[in-house]
Design a protein around this ligand. Sequence first.
Ligand SMILES: NC(=O)c1ccc[n+]([C@@H]2O[C@H](COP(=O)([O-])OP(=O)(O)OC[C@H]3O[C@@H](n4cnc5c(N)ncnc54)[C@H](O)[C@@H]3O)[C@@H](O)[C@H]2O)c1
Length: 283
Amino acid sequence: MEIENVCVIGAGVMGSGIAQLAATHRYQVNLVDINEEILKKAKASIDKNLNRFFVAKNKISNEEADNILNRIHLITNRDEAINDVQIVIEAVFEDMALKQQLLSDLDEKCDKEVIIASNTSSLCITDMAMKAKNQERIVGIHFFNPAPVMKLIELIKGKNTSNEIMDRARQFSKTLNKTVVTVNDSPGFITTRLIYVLCNEAINMKQEGIANTEDIDTAVKLAFNFPMGPLELSDLVGNDIYLHIGEYLSEKLGKNYQPSPLLHEMVKDNQIGRKTKKGFYNY
Ligand SMILES: NC(=O)c1ccc[n+]([C@@H]2O[C@H](COP(=O)([O-])OP(=O)(O)OC[C@H]3O[C@@H](n4cnc5c(N)ncnc54)[C@H](O)[C@@H]3O)[C@@H](O)[C@H]2O)c1
């Protein structure tokens, strides 16, 4: 069954990026969120991104940018949005109960050939699919931010995901011009587990007074040729997000993943990073 129409649920940072990416690759996209205001804001930000990063750099024409925007349809009624699509990708908040409920609703309402995918960055697909009847069609398709630019997709095979769905999800991901890696379901997959450990260990070093913030970041950037230091990155992603990931990983994988006490303290003091203008750096 060829994919022509895509539904993306959640029009935040990731959902709007995924919608832009899919529409750029000529899919018709139904973009869903809880109200029209959020959807309009998402479309305005896609418009801005297309102009700033693609039209202004002569990568696409004005006409093509308009065509991409016209392929994105804003819909608040989820039942309407899943009508006649071949894949649904959810990008709602990172919350297990919310995603479990959403996936089971989608499973109940989507035609049986439809692929149901989650863009979770850390939660186990198997647990997330637990409440759905047809768990074989539920798969993780993990995009990176910004989705239209980043080259990688992690494709996550839940315990019950079928090989056929994996193949179809892989083919779809490749049509988006991404490099795909396959991961057997595990908390944090490859990328989130590794980047969390790096950032959390840097935060432990900072707490132990091994080096100051700037020196930890400079050492990592120059020694490993990373574009950004771990403390800068934690501020960018949000220290609250890393705390949340650390709590989940330590619950699932053991105490080696326990979030640094300094990370707890910073979140308690609202030093979340760029979002609150205060974190390891001031903004
Ligand atoms: N931000 C990142 O860098 C990043 C990268 C990869 C994956 N992810 C994952 O992508 C998902 C979304 O993250 P985000 O950063 O885009 O979040 P976000 O907060 O920017 O957006 C989430 C959106 O989901 C909407 N939403 C919530 N419940 C909904 C529902 N029931 N129906 C429709 N819409 C609903 C919200 O209104 C909001 O607009 C999370 O699972 C996150 O872990 C995030």
